[in-house]
Design a protein around this ligand. Sequence first.
Ligand code: ATP
Length: 486
Amino acid sequence: MAWEFRKLGPGENVAVEAADDPFAPPKWAPPVWHMPEGLVLLVNALRGLLALVVFCVRNIVPLSAAGGLAWLGYSYGWPVPVGLVILAGAGLGAWYVADRASFLRWVGWPVRSRWRLVRVYRRDWQPVMVTAGLSRTHKRREYLPAIVKVRCGPTTDRVLVRMLKGQAPDAWEAVAANLAHGFGASLCRVRSGDRPGRVWLEFVRKDALATPVPALPLVDAAEVDLSGVPVGRCEDGSPWRLRLLGTHVLIAGATGAGKGSVLWSVVRAVLPLMLAGLVEVWAIDPKRMELSFGRALFERYGRYSSDPDGGMVALLEDAAADMNARADEFAGVTRSFAPSHEHPFRIIIVDELAFLTAYCPSKDLRRRAESALAILTSQGRSVGYCVIGAQQDARKEVNNLRNLFPTRIALRLDEDEQVDMVLGDGSRDRGAFADQISPVPEIGAGVGFVRLETSPDPVRVRAAYVSDDDIRHMVALGVGESGEAA
Ligand SMILES: Nc1ncnc2c1ncn2[C@@H]1O[C@H](COP(=O)(O)OP(=O)(O)OP(=O)(O)O)[C@@H](O)[C@H]1O
């Protein structure tokens, strides 16, 4: 029979566990103290009062508004508050129509943030934290991370969280999928917080990049800034600017990932400076597909080769030799490069890097190509050379020059481990799911992840789609319809 042995002497430990086994050692617990009923009631009343104060402070604006309206109705009759509500609604409607952006910024998104804080995040917080293993229980008390604030945007909710003492962002990255499912989002990314001990959770509700971005408009030459040319759109709706000056760019993506759209968006962005003679594009086109469309343009404002029997490698070697001559000329004279007619900024585009460095049948050509690429990428940045290489396979054995490209773009990749190979260790854990980008061209082509200079966190972007017609138009601008120089 179950038994219980309990002494009530203060300070004495007592056996409390009911045990079926008479030989089991007793378990010990502190004695039970009886609280006077009045004290229990007082403590509960104080707790209730505190909760009421917290609720009033948290909801000060709606409560004040409701209180004010109720007071007006009580003092002057119900038509007054009803009239005021109608007037306020009409005013807000007029604001929305007149200036939608400022209305959303000051009213729309804050109200939505508040609503989603209460209806989604605060309501489901405790069960999601417990299930995802982010809460702790110590001495029967449950400790939960706390929500600091919620910021909603058109496609993403950002939730600032104060972690438990001793927790690190890795613990949150490891359960990002649980969090996404728990709060009904398609994706959750963990970002650095505004101070140690805090993280931002980014819940993606809707794919902001699911529709193709049309080719960006051509601008005046004076507006082209080589330290950030617009080539597409970031997930938050801001322009995706790609630095060309002082860097080299590696674009990795499986077949059909849209590498061509990044290459052509770059050419389109610098076209005004090409026409002005301040930028040259030298194109190496082993596949004879993507870049051959603009062959006339490259031959007129740069160089072009698709010759597998040494022509492409010779072009690279010429670029490396010119770069060396330029470096000699600049030595001790200037430290920062500004493009001029005498020394134009040179962009060397290689459509399939691996062809030159790994797949080319001639060992000698492979060695020469690697050597020219290594010279260009290691020394060309400060003298106005930028190598943009595209490749399908990110594996180390295919391209051991990868680390010479400071700027890297991961479009759709075949395997998850390739993400960190392209963007650097830990990128996938920080939300760069390049292996999960849709293979459907309308949804996923040109979509990728980059690391912007302003933040260590990978950002999701989509390159603008430069159609065949756009390319034809660009070629016509550069060389005229008839192929004559414009
Ligand atoms: N930015 C984009 N937006 C929408 N659709 C795109 C975009 N880029 C490419 N596409 C579509 O996806 C298809 C494949 O693109 P593309 O040929 O550029 O891929 P790729 O990565 O160069 O492939 P491969 O390595 O096989 O040449 C294109 O035919 C085009 O229809």
